[in-house]
Ligand binder design. Structure first.
Ligand SMILES: [Ca+2]
Length: 102
């Protein structure tokens, strides 16, 4: 991990992708099974783990797999992380605003 935060984020993103992409047949793509493992292990928000069905997983894959080859490549993965970050930022800002108002 780098010493500054942005470097850490970049390295972390690449590490997470490589970790999950490397377990299946294709070493530089995340397939459905790997996506499932990744979401189960890396996302702990709002009990997603328990609620996620096969249907949800399929939906997540369709959402991520922009070129429809059934796998998530790094470009698609980074887009997903950016979307998650955006959501988190909005949520955080929203919460902060409420706190200021009260
Ligand atoms: Ca793809």
């Amino acid at each position: 991990m780098g010493e500054n935060k942005l470097e850490g984020v970049i390295e972390g993103m690449v590490e997470v992708f490589e970790e999950y992409a490397s377990t299946g047949e294709k070493k530089h793509q995340i397939d459905m099974e790997e996506l499932k493992t990744m979401l189960e292990k890396e996302v702990e928000q709002s009990g997603l783990k328990d609620k996620m069905s096969a249907e949800d997983l399929k939906e997540a894959m369709e959402l991520l797999d922009k070129n429809h080859d059934g796998e998530v490549n790094f470009r698609e993965f980074s887009r997903c992380v950016a979307a998650l970050a955006k959501g988190y930022y909005k949520q955080k800002r929203g919460k902060g605003k409420k706190k200021d108002d009260s």
